[in-house]
Design a protein around this ligand. Structure first.
Ligand SMILES: [Mn+2]
Length: 259
């Protein structure tokens, strides 16, 4: 899909589900309130085997999602905020390995097949649960048993033709429990530092095809304190606006200045 076509399409999809749309250079950015709403974009943009970098205080790698053989455009409504990645892999929107960076711990975890010492996710399979065909990870992952890696792993991210940068704002300020951190850990404050270190890491990566951001304001389940969410959102958007145009336009700019 041409870059302008992609922008037009993402903008239209945003209007469908009342998500906020921005573009920085040729990179579309959408902001949703609930994380499973990003699936609407992944599914309806004809993404195929995209590389996923998931930046979140939580893995969102739960399984056991009902299969939907007819795959309506609104399949995201059947998903929850913590299980939308499993079907994205199952339906081929996202490829393995996939990557989860947690700014609270500074770790990047890689999940995929045949990576020495990597996570136990080998793919997805269909099981029958309570009479419904259900998508599960194979084997079913136990987050606590997945090996972790230092943040430097991100330097070796292999990015395919399509690259989804998916950000949950609770990656920076989280009012609930943060995965892989002590129960008493407080993840609400210090978000400026976590945003800064994340942006420094993102600057080393190729330009994303699509940026999906969720504010995690889900009715009574707000993972980002409503008092901080606008500030956190503003800081990450400002950071993306600074680095994305350079990463997109550097080659074109160099061509222009040559005689
Ligand atoms: Mn989260």
């Amino acid at each position: 899909m041409q870059k302008d076509d992609l922008l037009t399409k993402v903008k239209a999809l945003s209007q469908d589900i009342k998500a906020v749309f921005y573009s920085v250079g040729h990179v579309p950015i959408v902001i949703t309130d609930e994380h499973n709403e990003v699936y609407y974009f992944w599914q309806n943009l004809a993404l195929s085997k995209a590389t996923l970098l998931h930046i979140d205080a939580h893995g969102d790698l739960e399984g056991t999602v009902h299969e939907n053989s007819s795959l309506s455009n609104n399949y995201y409504q059947a998903l929850d905020i913590n299980n939308f990645i499993c079907p994205a892999v199952h339906y081929g929107l996202v490829d393995l390995p996939l990557y989860w960076h947690n700014p609270h711990s500074g770790e990047t975890l890689q999940f995929g097949p045949d990576n020495p010492g990597a996570g136990r996710i080998k793919g997805t399979s269909i099981v029958d649960m309570f009479g419904h065909p259900t998508i599960q990870w194979r084997p079913n992952p136990r987050l606590s048993s997945i090996n972790s890696y230092p943040g430097e792993l991100v330097d070796s991210i292999a990015v395919g033709d399509q690259f989804i940068l998916d950000i949950d704002l609770d990656a920076f300020s989280c009012s609930g429990h943060v995965h892989n951190m002590p129960l008493r850990y407080n993840g609400e404050y210090g978000y400026e530092e976590r945003i800064g270190s994340t942006l420094a890491m993102l600057r080393t990566l190729p330009t994303p095809t699509l940026v999906t951001i969720t504010r995690s304001q889900c009715g009574s389940e707000t993972y980002v304190d409503p008092r901080y969410v606008a500030r956190v959102e503003g800081l990450i958007l400002a950071g993306l606006a600074r680095y994305l145009p350079n990463s997109v336009d550097a080659a074109a700019h160099n061509d222009q200045v040559k005689p």
